[in-house]
Design a protein around this ligand. Structure first.
Ligand SMILES: [Zn+2]
Length: 324
């Protein structure tokens, strides 16, 4: 196995480093949801009870920071022997499960305070409470929002969406492969030089990354090609439109912040791109499933999937061609 002392390895330009680092974190959560924003993907996982079996079955080695099962109060308080059924699966309220109040009807019908329940505060067992709530205010009274549990600490939210989960090792491998794909852009050395890295340093960093990718089996050209992450020349491409990516797209936001003119920013800007979209019961934040792609193309694919999006596009074009 090749090694290179890390102390001698130049850092990536800040913006790229941050962009790659953030891929190991969750995003898109605010105060009114139960999820944590910008925490590691190996954080405590929240599993809706209906998906408990499928989620746990698909992850036999377990979760590095545990999980919390979310229970629907409607079922808990109306289905006979529901708690006994949960206990038979080792799901215990306050230990590894919480009631989740999400609607005002639930809040009023099974009011937790009236039932002597307190909101949970801990993400590890015991959870120091038995419920969490995120109930929006009514239009008649803007102040009666009912958000309880995991609302006050710096990192709000009870945990992460189960399908966002990845172990620390997988997170690190994804970062190595995403850096590998950055260096596989046809113009990455040149762009790094433009943004302040010495050419020799860029070369050393690139080689260091290639060694890491090689050692962890993260640079299989055939698989990367088959997964639409690189093209036949070995250059990184957008997984939807298959256009070669200019690494300029990684820097567009920097250029914009510095007030430079940026052509077609929304079209060229580059984002993390899931080849297989994230789905409950699957754990798709894995090497060979994360590429870089146009922001624009990413928005089009969203949760639909690449194949389905291409079929839809084909139909759009065929119908339009019939017109002309
Ligand atoms: Zn594209």
């Amino acid at each position: 196995m090749k090694t290179l002392k890390k102390t001698k390895v130049p850092n990536l330009p800040d913006f790229i480093q941050t962009k790659i680092y953030k891929t190991g974190q969750t995003r898109g959560a605010d105060d009114d949801v139960i999820y944590q924003n910008r925490v590691g993907r190996n954080s405590t996982v929240l599993i809706p009870y209906d998906f408990y079996d499928v989620c746990v079955h698909a992850k036999p080695e377990g979760f590095e920071n545990g999980f919390i099962v979310l229970i629907d109060p409607d079922k808990f308080f109306t289905i006979p022997d529901y708690e006994t059924k949960l206990k038979s699966q080792n799901i215990i309220l306050g230990e590894n499960a919480l009631l989740l109040y999400g609607t005002r009807t639930q809040w009023e019908t099974y009011n937790p305070t009236a039932k002597g329940l307190i909101p949970a505060t801990s993400r590890v067992s015991p959870l120091d409470g038995k419920f969490i709530s995120r109930v929006a205010s009514t239009t008649s009274d803007e102040k009666n929002r009912e958000n309880h549990g995991f609302t006050t600490t710096g990192k709000k939210g009870a945990g992460i969406r189960v399908y966002e989960y990845a172990s620390k090792k997988i997170i690190d491998q994804c970062r190595i492969q995403l850096e590998y794909l950055f260096w596989s852009c046809y113009d990455s050395i040149e762009r790094c030089v433009t943004f302040g890295l010495k050419r020799e340093d860029a070369m050393v960093r690139k080689e260091y990354n290639e060694t890491n990718a090689e050692n962890d089996g993260l640079n299989c050209k055939e698989t990367l090609l088959q997964k639409r992450m690189i093209d036949i020349d070995g250059h990184t491409v957008c997984p939807l439109c298959l256009e070669k990516l200019s690494s300029q797209g990684f820097f567009d936001k920097v250029a914009q912040a510095e007030g430079r003119s940026v052509h077609d920013l929304t079209v060229t800007q580059i984002n993390l791109f899931h080849i297989q979209e994230l789905r409950i019961g699957q754990y798709n934040h894995t090497p060979y499933n994360l590429g870089w792609g146009h922001h624009h193309c990413n928005v089009v694919v969203k949760d639909t999937g690449i194949k389905e999006t291409l079929e839809w596009m084909q139909g759009v074009l065929e119908r339009n061609n019939q017109l002309s």
